[in-house]
Design a protein around this ligand. Structure first.
Ligand SMILES: Cc1ncc(COP(=O)(O)O)c(C=O)c1O
Length: 391
């Protein structure tokens, strides 16, 4: 056989060599192969509001967004995002200079990190991490510095955060409500972050895609704290709030210079995306309060259904304050290795979950944790609970 093109050097570069395939691909393939209920990947099994789907169809039929939309996003959506930030959080952003529409939160995270980091800059991020964070920091040549949220309470350790800051720290990467632990940062924790960011002149990128899925306490955007607006890039997305994860409509809100930096990178990633869907999400953001209240109440009921079922099946359950994920510990079941447990679970009882250890640098901190998504129909969750009862 002839040598592969490029000689013996691996194709995937060193920065990304550790990020070959994601656990989601492996577990979703297992779910399909075994006909299991997939509580692994975080996507709803029902679509969002029919009138919003109709709005997307109308936009396509009316020729709105079928060709490249404006780089920063269609004006109607930027206006709706600014209005949403005002309505829910009392934050004022100029839709023309302080809002940027992206291909989901995923692109916003990538564009922000690629724009704001120089190679060698340190980024402090809460671990367990949402999986794209580590890869995007690596792509930007940054150095990730984990700040571990530890069971059972997964609180932010303010002293550890302070100790993690060095002269090379450029940026804090936050996520609240936090996937996978369900932690919602408290006003006191956010105040400590703000104090440190201001004192050490750090930028903050904050991923708030679960802002409307908070069951205990309330969501406070970091940008709303005094002195933080000017140094904070806030990221959110329509995927989680409106149950249209495939539309990939996300956004950034930040002061003009930060938005301009992120836009510079974003224009060379996708340039633009999701034209007609941008029009539909503009309508979605304007839905009445009852929509948001129902979303929360539905997910609260689902959280409790699954959490109670997992507890009855013998897991230690860390009931989340927000998001649509539950983290559990498998130790009470006599298990020690979350990855092995998740690989065996589909054959044992026809359910798929995700081992949290893949979200940690310090894998021992999450070795016995397993994550379950509850953004599924109640009957699906009830069936999963009944199957888990066989453990
Ligand atoms: C914390 C977090 N950030 C970002 C995303 C990705 O959002 P989007 O689908 O809008 O790219 C997810 C999706 O699971 C997430 O959990």
């Amino acid at each position: 056989m002839s040598a592969p093109a490029g000689g013996s050097r691996p194709f995937l570069n060193r920065r990304l060599a550790a990020f070959g395939t994601t656990i989601f691909a492996e577990m979703s393939a297992l779910a399909t192969a075994t006909g299991s209920i997939n509580l692994g990947q975080g996507f709803p099994d029902t679509d969002g509001p029919a009138e919003i789907a109709e709005a997307a169809v109308r936009a396509i039929r009316d020729g709105r967004g079928n060709q490249y939309p404006p780089g920063p996003g269609v004006p109607e959506l930027r206006l709706a995002i600014a209005e949403h930030q005002r309505r829910f959080h009392g934050l004022t952003y100029d839709p023309d200079t302080e809002v940027l529409v992206t291909a989901g939160a995923t692109e916003a995270i990538a564009a922000a990190l690629l724009a704001l980091l120089e190679p060698g800059d340190e980024v402090i991020a809460l671990e367990p991490y949402y999986d794209s964070y580590a890869a995007c920091i690596a792509m930007a040549g940054g150095v990730r510095v984990p700040l571990t949220l530890r069971a059972p309470h997964f609180r932010l350790d303010v002293d550890a955060l302070r100790a993690a800051v060095t002269p090379r720290t450029r940026l804090l990467l936050l996520n609240t409500p936090h996937n996978p632990t369900g932690t919602v940062l408290t006003p006191a924790e956010l105040a400590a972050v703000a104090e440190l960011a201001i004192e050490r002149d750090l930028l903050v990128v904050t991923d708030e895609v679960y802002e409307h899925l908070v069951f205990e306490g309330s969501h406070t955007p970091l940008a709303s704290l005094s002195g933080m607006r000017e140094r904070t890039v806030t990221i959110s997305s329509a995927g989680k709030t409106f149950s249209f994860t495939g539309w990939k409509v996300g956004w950034v809100t930040a002061p003009p210079a930060l938005v301009a930096a992120v836009r510079s990178t974003k224009q060379f990633l996708t340039y633009v995306s999701s034209g007609p869907f941008q029009h539909a999400i503009a309508e979605a953001l304007a839905l009445p309060d009852t929509f948001y209240e129902t979303l929360r109440a539905d997910h609260l009921a689902k959280r409790d259904l699954l959490a109670d079922g997992l507890a009855a099946a013998g897991f230690e359950v860390f009931r989340p304050q927000g998001t649509y994920f539950i983290t559990t510990d498998i130790t009470p079941l006599g298990e020690k290795d979350g990855l092995a447990f998740c690989r065996a679970l589909p054959t044992r009882c026809g359910v798929v979950a995700i081992p949290n250890q893949v979200f940690y640098d310090d894998q021992s901190a999450g070795a016995t944790q397993v994550r379950w998504a509850f953004c599924k129909r109640k009957e699906v969750l009830a069936e999963a609970v009944s199957r888990l009862g066989r453990l």
